[in-house]
Write a protein that binds this ligand. Sequence first.
Ligand SMILES: Cc1cc2nc3c(=O)[nH]c(=O)nc-3n(C[C@H](O)[C@H](O)[C@H](O)COP(=O)(O)OP(=O)(O)OC[C@H]3O[C@@H](n4cnc5c(N)ncnc54)[C@H](O)[C@@H]3O)c2cc1C
Length: 526
Amino acid sequence: MTIDCSDETADIIVAGAGHNALIAAAYLARAGKSVLIVDARPIPGGGVATEEFLPGYFMDSCSTGHTIIQGNPVIKDDTLGLVGRHGLTYVDPDPVARVAFPDGEQIGMHLDPQATHAEFARFSNRDADRYLDFLADWDDARSAFNAANNTPIGWGPSLDQLLEQVPNGGVWRRRRALSAVDVIRHEFEEEHIQAFLLWEACQTFGSVDLPGSGVLPYTIMGGRQKRSWTIPLGGSGRLTNALVSEIERHGGRIECDTSVSRLLLDNGRCVGVESTDGRQFHARDAVLSTIHVKHLVDMAPREAWGDSFTYGVETYDIGIPLFAVFLVMNEIPTFRGLRPQDTAVSSGLATWPQDCVDMVRAIRDRRPVTDSAWTLVATPSLVDPSRAPAGMHTVKVLVPASHVAPYGATSWDDAKERHADAMVQYVSTAIPNVNSATIEARIVKGPLDIERANAHMINGCAHGGDKGVPFSGPLRPAPGWASHAMPIPGLYQTGGTTHPGGSITGAPGRNAAMVMMRDLGLDFPG
Ligand SMILES: Cc1cc2nc3c(=O)[nH]c(=O)nc-3n(C[C@H](O)[C@H](O)[C@H](O)COP(=O)(O)OP(=O)(O)OC[C@H]3O[C@@H](n4cnc5c(N)ncnc54)[C@H](O)[C@@H]3O)c2cc1C
């Protein structure tokens, strides 16, 4: 293959600038590699972005909560200097959560576990005590799961081997294989408490009725109870800004508005990428992709991937779509019978566990869904006034959505305003001041809008794919190809389609950096 000298060349070409790819790029740039990142969006960060949707209002277009990444050495030990050098600052809101149920009851969660215990005890003393045992159980197992998530597949002991070292390791191995709803129903007997814990377990939009989701109630509640729904001051995009600053400090570059359509192969090796406008970007050492694997397989001839990989991608479940309504409000959304200060940044409405099971099943079956069994009402301006003018609030209503449009519409584009009306009306049943008098502006993002803004979020599925047993650990994204190195030599994959999956964890990015740096003969610093 001849290289056109007008083309862009770097040691590492990174396709897609999500936070995982940026973390990997930052490690590589710090190790002395020249790094060029291309992304289809006008701004970097993918789902870690804060956008001024309306003048003076800074909305997180995707993620707001960054709890899981707090356990990643990138934040915990500040290995990239994001906190110390680049000023990334996190806040841990208290109250942690407030959730309303269909019968009008509510539960508030607080950073003090005894205060959460007291709330649970209003419904069941037995379950309230069980909750403290549940947290203590998780304390025993937390480090094994954290180590497994923050280590590439195939490096070191497997999760099952790590669990052999923790008290009740066999119990944890069974929990892993159960569903979240099975685990909650086994541990707790009162339905409000079950519904509350399932509402928390749904935060990462997994199939909470499927085997493999059983540890979710522990991971989510453990993180929330330890340090809340942690959010970056100034908006989600502050994490991206810090990563970009670190990459640029080491000479790396980012080109936005550049959509990759093809992998460049030379003698079977990936040596770069081509964008839709015909530009070519050549890699001296390697290409790192965060393009969804469903798209990636179409960017090189089928025979380059091999049958095992293509089968893995064809049978890969893209997950559950999201639907978001962004509101500008002139009041704090306030729960019926409570004070404004009782609203948590992470608030919402839950239905009973069986409704939740039925909803995720209907979504997987590609049936239309109009009611939401899980609703998040996120108001980050409660603890971060920089996001809105004084006295005003930015509110994000988030619900799972069906793959097919509801209300008999042929496209989600035709159904989204009606669905937004229905979701706002539903929220007002528990939070009555969410109404036309307090809502000053509304922006609706249906599944197709979410995908248009980020091709990695196919049909609005933002978490890189389901995390059930067939798509987790050594099977993600495809059996035999879970360690970031792809079947095409020179090509590596990161992002939500790789272990341990989507959400703001940074783990796929750091893990990919570990693998690439080993293969490039570089020391990984930590
Ligand atoms: C409304 C909403 C709310 C959410 N809230 C939360 C939350 O509070 N907490 C949480 O943890 N998670 C949340 N998520 C999920 C979270 O945003 C994602 O799981 C996360 O961003 C995935 O990160 P990533 O690094 O895998 O890639 P992404 O953030 O998806 O980034 C991928 C990047 O690759 C680029 N790309 C894709 N294809 C191409 C191509 N062909 N050429 C060039 N570039 C390409 C995209 O433009 C994008 O910039 C939310 C998602 C949405 C939509």
